[in-house]
Design a protein around this ligand. Structure first.
Ligand code: PEP
Length: 254
């Protein structure tokens, strides 16, 4: 059996100032100190909070992530941020292609592809988000939509590029809505994605790759989702903002 270390990741979106984020990180560090080695934790605050949060994470195993990056190394790209800036701030992960970026900021599979390339080239761990809308699910297009996002987002990548990749399946209809995919729905999609990844690259790679579920994960549903054989973690928005609640997710086995 491949060992896929579960990853519980918090996406803090556009919440918390640097001071607030640092306080939350400090509390989270204390609350998860006993979580042990068999679960990995990552938090992704806003860009301005990264360095302050990193300072709070010293001595803890919690990883720092960013919520986006630009594909160029530097230049006249007002409002953007480059991979080496994230690394300098202490990031090891970067979330790419979140549905809110796709929906509100013109993110496409093509820009997702370029951002993922930049992350890989810089040695960051991309958390590539894909997900279908409610209309697409109702029209029976879930798998075809996801396959296209996966294929286009990772077009021209070879196996060697993908060693640090994490995929997050986030059905758009479940993000911030309180509606969660059932554990069976999540498992069905994750198993499908793993099969696709095996056919696009190879089975060994697909078996090692972590596929997170995201969409209204909370303490009351995390254990059931995590019990699914192909669910390797969670990408959490709302329930990651409160350290006590997020810590309950990290301790999903208890
Ligand atoms: C997310 O934004 O990635 C997310 C899953 O949000 P929420 O947990 O609030 O649904």
């Amino acid at each position: 059996m491949p060992s896929r270390k579960p990853l519980i990741a918090g996406n803090w979106k556009m919440h918390k100032t640097g001071t607030e984020a640092a306080l939350a990180a400090r509390q989270l560090t204390a609350l998860t100190a006993d979580a042990g080695d068999d679960v990995e934790v990552m938090i992704a605050p806003t860009f301005t909070a990264l360095s302050q949060v990193k300072a709070e994470l010293a001595g803890s195993t919690i990883e720092l992530g960013a919520q986006n990056l630009h594909w160029e190394e530097k230049g006249a790209f007002t409002g953007e941020i480059a991979a080496d800036m994230l690394i300098d701030a202490g990031c090891t992960y970067v979330i790419i292609g979140h549905s809110e970026r796709r929906q509100f900021f013109g993110e496409t599979d093509q820009t997702v592809n370029k951002r993922t390339r930049a992350a890989v080239n810089a040695g960051l761990r991309p958390v590539l988000c894909i997900g279908e809308s409610e209309v697409e699910r109702d029209a029976g297009q879930t798998f075809s939509v996801l396959d296209k996002q996966l294929q286009n987002g990772l077009e021209s990548f070879v196996l060697q590029d993908l060693q640090r990749l994490v995929i997050a399946y986030e059905p758009v209809w479940a993000i911030g809505t309180g509606k969660t995919a059932t554990s069976e729905q999540a498992q069905q999609v994750h198993a499908h994605l793993r099969k696709q990844l095996a056919s696009l690259w190879d089975d060994e790679f697909a078996q090692q790759l972590r596929i997170l579920y995201g969409g209204s994960v909370k303490p009351s549903n995390v254990a059931e989702l995590m019990a699914m054989p192909d669910v390797d973690g969670a990408l959490v928005g709302g329930a990651s903002l409160d350290p006590e609640t997020f810590s309950q997710l990290v301790h999903y086995k208890k």
